[in-house]
Ligand binder design. Structure first.
Ligand code: CA2
Length: 158
């Protein structure tokens, strides 16, 4: 059974491509899913792709990724990035490499978007690459996991 990757999307990201194209572009969440599936398959992972407008549901999905022993998790927590201690605690609690993604450059926007509760407990954060940031995050995570596996192998051989 191949390793799996979870990609979680937070509130309002189901509206992608329908509003605010100047900020988020014209691609839809289905396009994001397609990009993620291609990137995951290229790297030999099975993809679990989720979107929720509910904080608790997102917390449940973080737990599920850990319970199902996913290899890693990519998260665009939407506005919960800036508000949710519950989601931060969930990410910190699971023993999974987590990469935070944002479509827009959150640091070039309103002050309230400059704080992420997820970033300090994530392995890495990417923002401002549009929806291609998801594929970059999957590639980065796959490289990280490969390096970790190689280091472990060298350790056991020596
Ligand atoms: O840039 C990102 O990916 C964000 O996570 C998107 C969130 C925002 O609250 C974060 O600060 C940055 C908002 C997602 C809402 O997406 C919409 C898409 C189209 C129309 C309306 C909202």
């Amino acid at each position: 059974m191949p390793d799996s990757l979870f990609v979680l999307n937070g509130p309002n990201l189901n509206l992608l491509g329908m509003r605010e194209p100047a900020i988020y572009g014209r691609a839809t969440l289905d396009d994001v899913q397609r990009i993620c599936r291609q990137a995951a398959e290229r790297r030999g992972f099975v993809l679990h792709f989720r979107q929720s407008n509910h904080e608790g549901e997102m917390v449940d999905s973080v737990h599920e990724a850990a319970t199902k022993k996913a290899a890693g998790l990519i998260i665009n927590a939407g506005a919960y990035t800036h508000t949710s201690i519950a989601l931060r605690d969930a990410v910190a609690a699971v023993d999974l490499p987590v990469v935070e993604v944002h479509i827009s450059n959150i640091f070039a926007r309103e002050d309230f978007r400059h704080t992420s509760h997820i970033a300090p407990v994530a392995k890495a954060t990417l923002c401002g690459f549009g929806i291609n940031g998801y594929a970059l995050a999957i590639d980065g995570l796959a490289t990280l996991l490969r390096e970790q596996a190689e280091a472990k192998k060298t350790e056991t051989e020596s």
